[in-house]
Structures are given as C-alpha cells and as structure tokens.
Design a protein around this ligand. Structure first.
Ligand code: A2H
Length: 253
C-alpha cells in the first residue's frame, strides 16, 4: 500500500425504481451503490457497475438522507468522515452479498447509457475503496476483460441470473484519445498482449501500466464539457462538478 491518504471520487450509482426485491425495504428513499474511482474524468464511458459476488455489502443512511451501499469497511470509514448522523457510528440497515445485488439497474452520472447494470467481477478487493467499482471498458483493461468474459460466456451470465439485455448491448464508449493507442485504448492493448480473460493477471498488469500512464499524460477527452482538453487538466474540473452536483462525494482512505 502507498503511504499517505488516497482521495477517491465516490460515484453515486442510483438504483432505478421500482426497486428489486432485496431493496424493497428502502422504498421511498434514494439508494445508491457507491463506487470508488481515481478517474472521475472517465465517467462518460461507464457501461456497468462491478460487485464481487461473495463480498458482503451493507446499507447505511447518510446525513444527505440517502442510503449508501458499500463494504462494511467503507461504511466505517464514511462514519469517520462525517457522512453519518453520529461521528464514528453507522447503523446497518441491510446486509447483502454481491450476488444478491447483481442485475440491479442503475442510473450513473455522465455516461451516455440511460441505465446500466450491476455485474460480477472476480478481482474486486474487499479492502480497497468501497468494494463497488464502476466499469469503463474503453480505458480500463480490467473492466474490458471482465465485460468481455460476461459477453462471451452465456453460462457465466446464467450462473448469476443476468439477462442478456444487461450485458450484450453495452459496448465500450470512445471517450479519450491517446496518441498511438487510439480512442479505445484498453481494447487495443488487451488485443496487443493477447489477454484472454480477467484472470490473465500478469498481462493485465502490463496493459494497465501502459494505458494508465499514457492516458493520464497524453490522453485528450473526446466528449463532454472539456472535450479536446488533456485528461490531466480536465480531471479536477470534472471531479469538482460531480461534487457540486452531488452526483459524487469525496472519500479518503
Ligand atoms: B478506476 P487503487 Cl477508467 N478492487 O475507476 C479492485 N479495483 C478497484 C476497487 C476494488 N475494491 N476499488 C476501485 N477499484 C478500481 C475507473 C478507472 C480506474 C479507469 C482507469 C484506471 C482506474 C473505472 N474502473 O484505476 O489500487 C477503480 O478503477 C487505476 C488504478 O486504489 C479505481 O479507479 O489505486 C482504482 O481501481 C483504484 O485503484
């Protein structure tokens, strides 16, 4: 782990109404899966949300009168960052396995898809961020590999009770151009390195290294208010706007 605190942009992925069975207890309230990202400027390219099927998630109420769903570890950290009624305390209003929440329809900020779905990713870590990850397959090799696994494997979709309509229509969105890597950099590099699945760990490390470095230093946004600006200049501006519009909150760990 790195020294010093890390700032995550915690993206509110709002559960669409009518709520699925497991979330009916929260009817009448706003419920969000909250996803920790280091790349707020990529939110234009979200195609789905990732949950780990066997990780436990909890629901807590925030002072903004919303329900946040995240790992217990994240809930505790949030309670020490002023998100709950009493400092350092959080009441667990519900507890779920990732698999309970798969297939949940969500409304996420900035993406051009009106509605996206919670899907399974096996490489999510329990002890990082919120345990909820937003998926940007255009610019994240991990996200591209995991989405492609689900698209290629009908048995995997069936195992988690996912309809084809939750997976198959969602194509990576070109949102950033990187010189030499083009406007779908993660796909280009996954193909170059012949990455077969989300479990191709060693090759994915190489892919991520290349895509993230070049994306940050040389990437140019292709969409949104900061179209044509360098990623490194636009990042803070997109982040501030998400905080201001209350579509995201700042989360440290
Ligand atoms: B990033 P760091 Cl487009 N387990 O968001 C596994 N991965 C997690 C996670 C967890 N519990 N929590 C967050 N993440 C992912 C977007 C993105 C991200 C892009 C490109 C690079 C990138 C879309 N996914 O991260 O270990 C989230 O994915 C590059 C590192 O704390 C989060 O940002 O440094 C990032 O990893 C946080 O990783």
């Amino acid at each position: 782990e790195n020294a010093g605190p890390q700032e995550y942009t915690l993206i509110k992925m709002k559960v669409c109404k009518p709520y699925p069975k497991k979330l009916k207890i929260f009817e009448g309230r706003e419920v969000c899966l909250v996803a920790g990202t280091l790349r707020p400027e990529t939110m234009y390219g979200q195609t789905n949300c990732w949950l780990h099927p066997t990780i436990k998630y909890v629901a807590i109420a925030t002072t903004s009168n919303e329900i946040f769903i995240c790992t217990r570890r994240c809930a505790r950290n949030l309670s020490h960052q002023g998100f709950t009624e009493k400092w350092g305390k959080y009441e667990i209003l519900g507890e779920f396995s990732g698999s309970d929440l798969l297939g949940t329809a969500l409304k996420a900020p900035l993406t051009s898809y009106d509605k996206i779905y919670a899907l399974p990713m096996m490489t999510i870590k329990e002890n990082k961020g919120s345990g909820v990850v937003t998926s940007v397959p255009s610019d994240s090799p991990d996200d591209f590999a995991a989405l492609r696994d689900l698209k290629n494997k009908k048995d995997l979709r069936e195992k988690y009770g996912l309809g084809d309509e939750m997976v198959l229509p969602f194509e990576p969105i070109p949102i950033i151009n990187i010189p030499e890597l083009g406007n779908l950099a993660a796909i280009k590099v996954c193909e170059k390195l012949k990455i077969k699945s989300q479990n191709d760990t060693d090759k994915l490390v190489l892919a991520k290294d290349e895509v993230y470095k070049k994306g940050f230093y040389e990437g140019v946004l292709l969409v949104g208010k900061y179209k044509s600006e360098l990623v490194q200049n636009a990042k803070k501006k997109v982040q501030s706007e998400l905080y201001e519009s209350k579509e995201a909150v700042k989360y440290m760990e």
